[in-house]
Design a protein around this ligand. Structure first.
Ligand code: AMP
Ligand code: ZN
Length: 116
């Protein structure tokens, strides 16, 4: 499903610009427009799911596919060995701001010791 007012669906469809690092039939990865680290990539499913809550029953292997793609992105951006963080925000308390499931891949510098 493509959600026409979803910015990430528009990126997958090629209707909005993004600096794409990786893509396959299930997953797209691109640079975050407001990077919170020297390397900050978002890894998303091509299909629209709001969050892990929404995806996990329909496509139980999707989180694994997204993590696999995150590792590939870390390799491609040269941070696999120096280290990186993979995180996903779900819902209001986590301050999820785009309602299309995404994993953040952060690295390229020493990250904050705090997760929250
Ligand atoms: P979250 O707060 O976990 O929902 O993360 C959403 C992320 O999407 C933020 O880090 C934004 O900077 C990023 N973002 C929003 N719009 C775009 C866009 N058009 N291209 C790339 N990243 C975006
Ligand atoms: Zn979407």
């Amino acid at each position: 499903m493509v959600v026409s007012d979803c910015i990430f669906c528009r990126i997958v469809a090629g209707d909005a610009h993004a600096d794409i690092i990786y893509s396959d039939e299930q997953v797209t990865a691109f640079r975050d427009i407001h990077p919170q680290a020297k390397v900050h990539i978002l890894v998303i499913p091509n299909q629209h799911f709001v969050s892990l809550n929404d995806a996990i029953e329909d496509v139980p292997d999707l989180p694994g596919r997204l993590i696999q793609a995150a590792v590939e992105v870390a390799r491609r951006t040269g941070i696999a060995e120096s280290g990186y963080r993979v995180a996903t925000n779900t819902g209001a308390d986590a301050r999820q701001s785009v309602d299309h499931l995404h994993f953040h891949v952060l690295g390229g510098e020493r990250l904050s010791p705090r997760l929250a």
